[in-house]
Design a protein around this ligand. Structure first.
Ligand code: C2E
Ligand code: CA
Ligand code: CA
Length: 432
């Protein structure tokens, strides 16, 4: 993926007719667009900060339609053809057809300009104002900048993995951990995964993030095993949940090879690892996702449907997926103690889980009364601030050891949590 380009005033960025696989966002300075390369070139426009140049070639794969020269010293961010292609794949076909038609017509108009120029005296086209709203370009620029930052963040070790315990509700023992990614951006500080994961998904960076996460989470799990003096193959060792995105399932061979090698090299049996995928992501490409999940299950990995109840999936669809776990979304759990309809829905999900041989995990448990309600309803597993917030590897290892040794609620509350708890935690669980 291209990075920032620094251009001295007077330097040519690219020439008409060249093959182009990079567009540029102007971060600093101004550039001038010429219709051709020669002395009779017509000035087509000038662009400055926040604007895009060279975008046509990377959308339709054609040659450069203009020559671009820096008027001042410039800093530009490169946007590769790959970055655009991934985004175009997900665009509505009607919008895509319109975009391609506009490009074809624009290229035809440009060649007419060149022909006319050859016949007549110099005509100077004044710079047309950019028709695209500043806000739109600004948000596109921010997304692309974040995308470049994700790549350098992966290279520079800015990402970290945090672990949140999943607890058995009947005896409050530790069942396992969900691995959650954390990013400490050098200038923006801690950025929520809810903000950068969608950018990584749109740009095709998700497989790289998942690869990194799988390695980091499995390393963290080994640290936790060591803190508990447990062999990686021990039945008592905690389980690990890792989140996948729909894009990971689109490259099943690569994903499966990596998961198999990453677990094997650490002697972690696949049954300890469950892969979480959201209903919405599953619906994006149901057959492809189902095939990949079946193959993962055949390798021995667990499969969890995350945020269950938020994706409008129908029941027959849930039946054909090879899920071993349903993670019941926080929105149900928040209302379970007060709202009779929510209680009925949760009961239905619990009996669905039982019928289809899937464990149900209640997510986002914050209040002791909700833990009690769910336990009374027969829910076996829960996760939420009531037990512990996500914490770094060493804190998670300490949490697992402390809770096994003492079961002291106070030690649970004190360890490296990354989000403030809103209510008192319930008594700490013990490791199985
Ligand atoms: P998720 O997979 O549903 O993860 C649970 C989220 O709920 C986490 O937010 C967790 O910190 C938060 N949470 C846990 N217990 C409670 C609670 O009691 N109350 C409240 N209010 N929140 C609770 P986080 O870590 O900010 O992650 C947000 C989302 O980002 C995740 O939702 C997941 O969809 C995505 N994500 C995080 N890490 C990864 C990753 O490594 N890969 C992928 N593909 N997605 C990830
Ligand atoms: Ca999850
Ligand atoms: Ca969830």
């Amino acid at each position: 993926m291209p990075r920032a380009v620094h251009l001295k005033a007077g330097t040519v960025l690219f020439r008409v007719g060249e093959a182009g696989d990079v567009a540029y966002f102007i971060e600093k300075g101004r550039v001038r667009i010429y219709s051709s390369d020669g002395p009779d070139a017509v000035v087509l426009g000038e662009h400055g900060r926040g604007q895009l140049v060279g975008e046509m070639a990377i959308i339709d794969g054609g040659a450069r339609s203009a020559t671009v020269v820096a008027l001042e010293d410039c800093t530009l961010y490169g946007v590769s053809r790959d970055q655009i292609t991934k985004r175009l794949e997900t665009v509505d076909p009607v919008i895509r057809a319109c975009l391609e038609t506009i490009l074809v017509r624009f290229r035809a108009a440009m060649s007419t300009v060149r022909e006319l120029r050859a016949e007549r005296e110099a005509t100077v086209f004044t710079s047309a104002p950019c028709a695209i709203g500043g806000k739109l370009l600004d948000s596109a620029a921010k997304s692309l900048e974040l995308e470049n930052d994700i790549l350098s963040g992966l290279e520079d070790g800015q990402f970290d993995v945090h672990f949140q315990p999943v607890v058995r509700l009947n005896d409050r023992q530790l069942h396992g951990f969900e691995a959650l990614i954390r990013w400490d951006h050098p200038t923006l500080g801690r950025i929520s995964p809810a903000r950068f994961i969608p950018v990584a998904e749109a740009s095709g960076l998700m497989p790289q993030i998942t690869t990194w996460m799988v390695e980091a989470a499995l390393d963290g799990l080994r640290t936790i095993d060591l803190a508990l003096s447990l062999d990686p193959g021990s039945r008592k060792a905690p389980r690990l949940n890792v989140n996948l995105s729909a894009h990971d399932l689109a490259q099943p061979e690569q994903l499966m090879r990596h998961l198999r090698e990453a677990t094997r090299s650490r002697a972690i049996p696949p049954w300890r690892v469950t892969l979480e995928i959201t209903e919405t992501a599953l619906m994006a490409n149901e057959q492809e996702a189902a095939d990949c999940l079946h193959a993962l299950k055949a390798l021995g990995f667990g499969v969890a449907i995350d945020d269950f109840g938020t994706g409008y999936a129908n029941l027959s669809y849930v039946r054909v997926l090879p899920a071993t776990v349903l993670k019941l979304d926080r929105s149900f759990i928040n209302a379970v103690s007060e709202d009779a309809i929510t209680q009925r829905l949760v009961k239905s999900v619990l009996s669905l889980g039982q019928d289809l041989d899937m464990k149900v995990v209640a997510e986002g448990l914050e209040r002791p009364e909700d833990i009690q309600t769910l336990q009374d309803m027969g829910c076996l597993l829960g996760q939420g601030y009531a037990f512990a917030k996500p914490m770094d590897t060493l804190a998670a290892a300490k949490w697992a050891r402390d809770s096994r040794n003492s079961g002291a609620a106070s030690s649970v509350k004190a360890t490296g949590a990354d989000t403030p708890a809103r209510r008192e935690p319930s008594p700490a669980p013990r490791v199985a």
